[in-house]
Design a binder for this molecule. Structure first.
Ligand code: 8YV
Length: 313
């Protein structure tokens, strides 16, 4: 595509990505398309979305001239890959670029919630230190971390956890070839053994509500949950019950069932660390994601090979 294609921007995309796409495409925002996707929009060969906004079959049908969707993110759980393939629409995303920082954030969240870093910050800011002392936190070193989903993010978290003296176990559909950590076939068994249970698995129908009351009870009153996957992987009311009743000790959360509009119960909990789905948002990962998406778009426009997620649907 030598000419500048028109690109339909489905949702609010990060400004850095918008700037990069505007150098290659003429951008049109969904807001200017009336009651799209009920009324198709012609002439758009490119569309831009995010992992959380997704791109479904209805959207594909509403852009009949579409050739490629640019997705800001790794997760494809909200993109209909089969529908895109059936319509010969390519999907490019960022499967590799954010694993290091999200994996690192697993350790940050583990420290933050076990060593009560956010609580201690509030303790100082509130002036309580002049009247009382902070009560004890929990050591991270030597504890067992159970990773649900030893993919790119889980593997990064496992390596870092081992580096700070944690024992690493993992669970998934099957053992990963080459993994040097013990595989635990049963999630309840993993929760029983783990001091920290980390959710880094893809969101799917198979993992929906994977962690509910039974898993949380096995994790137990000295156990912690870290979620950098998707809110859908956890039965959130059961998790909130467990945190309020201290059935589990605490949680470090980057994703939520109804983000960004959280259940207000979260805001009343002292034993949680809350992040606004930001564990991948570092300067370095943003730059890497922009490079990947613009590389793939340029490759597509110039008929060079690139990773098309729809081709593997
Ligand atoms: C996004 C995410 O990358 O990549 C994903 O699937 O869930 C996030 O880390 C981030 O929110 C930027 O859209």
């Amino acid at each position: 595509m030598a000419d500048r294609p028109k690109a339909f921007v489905v949702t609010t995309i990060p400004p850095d990505l918008r700037t990069a796409l505007a150098q290659r495409c003429d951008l049109v925002d969904r807001a200017s398309a009336g009651d799209w996707p009920d009324q198709p929009a012609r002439g758009f060969r490119v569309a831009a979305t995010t992992s959380m906004a997704g791109f479904d079959a209805r959207m594909l049908d509403a852009l009949p001239d579409l050739e490629i969707v640019i997705c800001n993110g790794a997760g494809l759980d909200r993109i209909d890959l089969a529908a895109a393939r059936a319509r010969n629409v390519a999907i490019c995303h960022t499967p590799d670029e954010l694993a290091d920082d999200v994996g690192e954030a697993v350790i940050a969240l583990t420290y933050a919630v076990m060593r009560r870093v956010a609580e201690a910050d509030r303790f100082v800011r509130s002036g309580r230190w002049s009247k009382e002392r902070m009560t004890a936190s929990t050591r991270v070193f030597g504890k067992t971390i159970g990773i649900v989903g030893l993919g790119r993010i889980g593997s990064r978290a496992a390596g870092l956890a081992q580096g700070i003296g944690m024992k690493v176990l993992y669970h998934g559909r099957r053992p990963r070839s080459g993994a040097s950590y013990p595989f635990v076939a049963d999630l309840l068994d993993l929760a029983q053994q783990a001091d920290v249970l980390v959710l880094s698995c893809p969101a799917s129908d198979e993992t929906r509500n994977l962690v509910g009351k039974a898993v949380l009870e096995r994790l137990g009153p000295s156990g912690y949950l870290i979620n950098v996957s998707r809110g859908s992987v956890v039965d959130e009311p059961a998790l909130l019950d467990a945190l309020e009743s201290r059935t589990i000790a605490g949680a470090g959360m980057d994703v939520f069932a109804s983000e960004p509009n959280l259940d207000p119960r979260w805001l009343r909990l002292e034993n949680v660390v809350l992040q606004p789905h930001s564990t991948s948002i570092t300067h370095e990962t943003r730059a890497a994601m922009i490079d990947r998406l613009t590389h793939d778009l340029d490759a597509f426009q110039n008929k060079r090979p690139f990773h098309n997620a729809a081709a593997r649907a």
